[in-house]
Ligand binder design. Structure first.
Ligand SMILES: Cc1cc2nc3c(=O)[nH]c(=O)nc-3n(C[C@H](O)[C@H](O)[C@H](O)COP(=O)(O)OP(=O)(O)OC[C@H]3O[C@@H](n4cnc5c(N)ncnc54)[C@H](O)[C@@H]3O)c2cc1C
Length: 246
């Protein structure tokens, strides 16, 4: 299937909507986003966008949906599969400027991040709390690409792969709608498990912008996480409790 090339007018629109310095169709930037660490043939996008917010991602995706452009999310480009290569041209969304740690909940062993943060940088920041994010693919990968590939690594036998360490995601769907999957709760037993489906889908089901990660503790063994049971006088009061804890 042929995809249209992004027009000069649409590149100008992206610059105006997202910021001149966050959009480039310069030769070197197109080249830098044409290959990962695999042997696959390089293919350049038509334009690279460095979104600053989820809204920026939605703007680019809505434009692509309207005009039929391909969209490829990109984090660090260390993939060995060729899957961040923009084989249909179009818009490449590079997440490396969406790299903030939003909240660390030390006692819950949880951290909220934007997906452009490299996992090593995250672990440097978590160290002072005695925490770490377990998946460790070795390369200089970012959380978004690790989610895209369900990255594993040297600690996977003990702690699981990326899919096992994600509690929630914010993602932009193909029509630009922003959805939130999962929650802060460790256990959830009803409904389709869209969260786990999204992890490992290589950006084909949606573009992830934020994530709630399960971290591990260097000092506290996971068995110290406790379970509580409770009785509530009514269904309504139980709902209030569960909403306030998720
Ligand atoms: C030396 C070396 C060792 C490695 N060892 C391992 C290993 O032990 N285990 C392992 O699993 N991998 C390993 N890898 C592969 C690679 O590091 C991982 O797959 C890593 O997860 C890629 O992350 P990235 O940030 O580079 O993502 P990228 O390569 O940029 O992207 C990877 C995929 O995720 C998609 N993606 C990127 N951002 C988003 C987003 N925001 N939303 C949705 N999808 C997105 C991309 O489109 C692409 O399909 C290794 C690579 C190298 C070079």
């Amino acid at each position: 299937m042929e995809y249209p090339r992004v027009t000069a007018d649409d590149i100008a629109f992206l610059k105006q909507a997202i910021g001149e310095s966050h959009v480039s169709a310069g030769e070197s930037n197109l080249d830098l986003h044409s290959r990962d660490e695999s042997y696959h043939e390089p293919r350049r996008p038509d334009v690279v966008v460095w979104p600053q917010t989820t809204e920026d991602v939605a703007i680019a995706v809505k434009l692509a949906a309207r005009k039929g452009y391909a969209v490829t999310p990109w984090c660090a480009g260390t993939s060995l599969e060729g899957n961040p290569i923009p084989v249909r041209g179009g818009i490449c969304l590079d997440f490396r400027e969406m790299n903030r740690i939003l909240e660390i909940r030390e006692n819950d062993l949880q951290v909220d991040v934007e997906v452009g943060i490299p996992y090593r940088e995250l672990n440097n920041q978590l160290r002072r709390y005695g925490l770490f994010f377990a998946p460790d693919p070795g390369a200089h990968a970012c959380i978004g690409g690790m989610i895209g590939n369900n990255a594993s690594g040297v600690r996977t036998v003990a702690y699981g792969a990326t899919r096992d360490c994600i509690l929630g995601l914010e993602a932009v769907m193909a029509d630009g709608e922003v959805v939130r999957l999962g929650s802060r709760a460790i256990k959830s037993s009803s409904g389709y498990d869209l969260l786990r489906l999204m992890v490992g889908s290589e950006g084909t089901l949606g573009i992830v912008t934020r994530a709630t990660l399960k971290s591990s503790s260097w000092t506290r063994p996971s068995w110290r996480r406790s379970t509580a049971t409770g009785r509530w006088p009514s269904r309504k009061s139980r709902c209030c409790f569960s909403n306030s804890t998720t």
